[in-house]
Design a protein around this ligand. Structure first.
Ligand SMILES: C[S@@+](CC[C@H](N)C(=O)[O-])C[C@H]1O[C@@H](n2cnc3c(N)ncnc32)[C@H](O)[C@@H]1O
Length: 403
């Protein structure tokens, strides 16, 4: 990814900034100038709304991803001041002697001790230095964004850690830090010259299932991509970074501090669902899909017994659609009647049992008060890999919801 600001942090869950820009531009010409992204992620839609000079509001409930996006959205901060303060921190960190050798197991399995100690020097200096909030956030961002490129083991950006794999190219932490600062500085300078009057996006660390900060009837264009019902664990994906900063110590912290704020799209998230499942399956917000959902639920419940892992896909699917139903109801109250929504989605087939995600989400949106929906297929999924877990053809595309 080469686009300024967007490229500061590689978020593989992110979608195309160019596509978001084109869509915002098109709808700006049609009079839609209030954009909402309820699953803002790394801030793609909000940044492009700023560059198009339209108002925008976004929500991101993962505290760590929220911080990443929030810092990117501060690209308008005086570039010289940022660079000076960031390099001062580096200068101080280089002088710091770290003798500590006891680090969390995950950190020890990702880095040799000399690299950990340099990263620790940056962290300690960051903790000790008093700086204004924006600078503090930028410096946190710089250190966080180099954690993967400085590890010699398999830590491909935004994936699980693979301690047994090694990377061809590893960068020294101090070198990586300085080059990140320069990259950010040049982007800030360039964009600040180009975009003089910007309508600043508002980003809230808030749950899309219960939107509080966006005024009623405010938005007329929603561009977003929710987590897919495909068992990807957004909380676990930031385990390395959150462990490094001491934000989590283990599974319980991840569950409490991160997972519980997210849409339930992975089995780790529903392991303690218990009796709640009955009330989910009978929830009136799921009415239009209740029968089909119950059938898939029962099929998955039986199917899991045939598999070693006995994954709770039946609970995950039920909780996922309940959460997305809440999101549509919440979005209905913060959008107006001329609103157009575009959800980039993918369907799924856990244990080979097909879940018609586009149809079910469309029906839930209409039952939440939107007028109509249509699905635009973009590409086929699950057609190539020899060792795929099942052969059910899947698709990814855009769910357009009007009204
Ligand atoms: C597919 S990603 C969106 C990526 C984004 N389009 C981008 O370009 O960076 C989905 C995002 O939704 C966030 N999320 C999950 N549950 C949420 C919730 N209940 N409220 C708000 N955000 C949530 C996840 O943390 C993740 O960052």
């Amino acid at each position: 990814m080469v686009l300024p600001i967007h490229k500061w942090y590689r978020y593989t869950a992110g979608f195309s900034a160019i596509w978001a820009k084109q869509l915002i531009e098109l709808h700006k010409s049609k009079g839609r100038t209030r954009v909402i992204d309820p699953f803002a992620g790394s801030g793609t839609v909000l940044l492009e709304s700023e560059f198009e000079n339209v108002e925008s509001m976004g929500l991101e409930s993962h505290p760590y991803i929220y911080r990443i996006a929030k810092t990117k959205l501060a690209w308008n901060y005086p570039a010289e001041k940022f660079k000076e303060s960031a390099l001062l921190l580096l200068h101080q960190a280089k002088k710091k002697k770290i003798n500590k050798t006891d680090f969390p197991k995950l950190i020890l399995s990702c880095y040799p001790l000399d690299i950990i100690q340099k990263l620790e020097a940056l962290k300690q200096t960051w903790l000790e230095t008093e700086q204004e909030k924006e600078i503090k956030d930028f410096n946190w961002f710089v250190i966080t964004s180099i954690l993967r490129t400085t590890s010699p083991v398999g830590t491909a950006q935004w994936q699980y850690i693979q301690p047994n794999k090694t990377k061809a190219k590893v960068i020294d932490p101090f070198v990586a830090y300085e080059s990140k600062v320069n990259e950010m500085y040049f982007d800030m300078k360039g964009l600040q010259n180009k975009n003089k009057n910007v309508k600043h996006a508002k980003l809230f660390n808030e749950d899309a299932r219960d939107i509080k900060s966006i005024p009623k009837g405010w938005g007329d264009l929603v561009i977003t991509s929710p987590p897919y019902a495909n068992n990807y664990d957004y909380a676990d994906a930031t385990r390395l970074e959150m462990t490094f900063w001491g934000d989590i110590n283990g599974w319980c912290d991840l569950q409490e501090n991160v997972r519980k704020h997210l849409v339930r799209a992975c089995t780790q998230h529903v392991s303690k669902l218990g009796n709640e499942i009955e009330s989910i399956l009978s929830d009136c917000k799921l009415k239009p899909i209740q029968e089909e959902l119950s059938e898939v639920y029962e099929a998955l419940k039986l199917e899991r017994l045939k598999h070693g892992g006995k994954k709770n896909y039946h609970l995950m699917i039920a909780a996922y659609f309940k959460d997305l139903a809440e999101v549509f109801h919440s979005l209905r109250s913060v959008t107006n009647e001329n609103c157009l929504m575009c959800f980039v989605i993918g369907d799924s087939a856990p244990y080979g049992i097909y879940v018609p995600v586009d149809k079910w989400l469309g029906e839930l949106a209409v039952s939440a008060g939107f007028d109509s929906y249509s699905f635009e297929k973009l590409r086929d999924r699950n057609v190539k890999w020899k060792n795929r877990k099942h052969t059910v053809p899947l698709q990814e595309g855009r769910l357009w919801i009007k009204g």
